[in-house]
Design a protein. Structure first.
Length: 198
């Protein structure tokens, strides 16, 4: 028996979320249908409010309610160091580590020649502009340790070194082939402490 058309539409939309396959999308759809009207209203309201209030910080490109975000406008942070990450989720993971007191920059992805993602498709030009205008003495590259992250790290290191800025890469406390957003705080902490110059 086929699913009713309204459920089918829900499944198709939910299936587009990252990491959600057809079975999980179906389970989530039926779970939402079983929720009380109040729970559904709160879910819809939270999605709409997040979409309306969240914006991209004009300095680091993290998602924030404010522009500049609270990290960029924090005068206590070390404004001479920037940690480059691929996504806002990666930034959140690194920011949980108390040892790191510097600023951030969200690239918005990683270089991937096979997927036709080149330097113009992520924020490399905006990063270079920021490095030229701010008094940055060290850039920590915290891209993922998969092939895309490594390609991005090497590419960035070559460009940034030409600007006379020290470039370091997170130490390999992180598992090779893993995503930073799934690493625990201790692992990220060790990786930051063990970073090395590129």
């Amino acid at each position: 028996m086929n699913r009713p058309q309204p459920v089918e539409r829900m499944v198709e939309i939910i299936k587009k979320l990252p990491g959600v396959g057809p079975k999980m999308a179906e389970r989530l759809s039926y779970h939402i249908l079983k929720m009380s009207q109040g729970e559904v209203d709160r879910l819809l309201d939270s999605i709409q409010k997040a979409r309306q209030t969240m914006k991209s910080c004009s300095v680091c490109y993290n998602l924030s309610e404010y522009d500049p975000c609270t990290l960029c406008s924090d005068s206590i942070r070390d404004h001479s160091t920037i940690c480059i990450v691929e996504t806002p989720q990666d930034l959140i993971a690194v920011s949980k580590v108390k040892e790191y007191k510097g600023l951030y920059f969200v690239l918005g992805g990683a270089l991937s020649p096979l997927d036709a993602v080149g330097p113009d498709d992520i924020r490399i030009d905006k990063l270079i502009k920021r490095l030229k205008s701010d008094s940055i003495t060290e850039v920590i590259i915290a891209t993922d340790t998969d092939s895309k992250g490594e390609i991005t790290a090497v590419y960035l290191a070559e460009i940034i070194k030409k600007l006379g800025v020290k470039v370091t890469r997170l130490g390999y406390g992180l598992p090779v082939g893993g995503d930073i957003e799934y690493a625990d705080e201790v692992t990220i902490s060790r990786a930051i402490a063990g970073r090395k110059e590129m």
